[in-house]
Write a protein that binds this ligand. Structure first.
Ligand code: ADP
Length: 237
């Protein structure tokens, strides 16, 4: 409920603030005495500030979605080009992680919607896939048009998601490995919640399957009938 959400928000904001404060104190009171310790403290402050900024961005998106104030364009979108653009933007990160990012999406018909918001969804999904795939792994993007919809798959061969966690990963703040605290890589736990709402606002849905130990597959389903996209921007809550 709303009260849980506020408690979660407070907790999630407090965690990076506590470590920013702690490391700033260490510089001020001389606990971080030498240059190495000070550089380390500054690095942590930098990373945690970054995380706070991402949290605030995500919370703003959620607030807009909840208030029905996120506006969605309803233009023809070429998902082939869109996925290619997002993949291209993330190709450097894939290289750094030594993960092969293969884009097999092509020949799909147009859908109706908001290209920037859909790009946000694919950025979140591909980013997650890259994050959870070890070096030498593959993230594959595939697409097909069937059953009146376009289905876009983001597939990885990372560790997968335990069956008991799978139904919960779209919940706000839910993270499977909550022990992995702090640091540059740690997410907000809000990405999938936001992505699911964006896809639903397009009259579609976002699903996930996973074989633990083998990988995960996230699928964006978007209605092919351009007229059904007129549900876009109408909240159903
Ligand atoms: P986060 O900011 O933690 O990435 P998300 O809402 O995007 O938040 O994802 C929620 C959780 O779902 C992640 O913390 C992670 O545990 C799990 N998850 C998401 N994508 C994958 C994936 N491709 N492989 C394994 N776990 C994943």
């Amino acid at each position: 409920g709303q009260r849980d959400f506020v408690a979660n928000v407070s907790h999630e904001l407090r965690t990076p603030l506590t470590s920013i404060d702690g490391f700033a104190q260490a510089i001020l009171d001389g606990t971080a005495a030498d240059r190495d310790a000070q550089m380390h403290a500054a690095q942590v402050i930098h990373e945690e500030s970054d995380r706070l900024a991402r949290l605030v961005d995500d919370l703003l998106d959620l607030a807009r979605l909840d208030a029905g104030q996120m506006t969605f364009a309803r233009a023809p979108v070429d998902v082939n080009a869109l996925v290619a653009r997002v993949a291209d933007r993330l190709s450097l990160r894939a290289q750094e992680k030594e993960v092969r990012l293969e884009n097999e999406v092509s020949g799909l018909p147009m859908v109706a919607g908001d290209g920037d918001r859909l790009a946000q969804v694919f950025t979140n999904l591909i980013d997650n896939a890259l994050k959870h795939t070890p070096a030498g792994g593959i993230v594959r993007l595939r697409g097909e048009a069937l059953a009146g919809e376009v289905q876009l798959h983001v597939e990885d061969n990372g560790p997968g998601i335990p069956a008991e966690d799978l139904p919960r990963i779209f919940e706000r703040f839910y993270q499977v490995d909550r022990a992995r605290r702090g640091g540059a890589g740690r997410g907000t736990g809000l990405g999938l919640a936001i992505s699911r709402e964006i896809v639903q606002a397009h009259g579609g849905h976002l699903t996930a399957t996973s074989a633990p130990g083998k990988g995960s597959c996230f699928t964006v389903h978007l209605p092919l009938d351009l007229s059904t996209a007129s549900t876009v921007s109408r909240r159903r809550r």
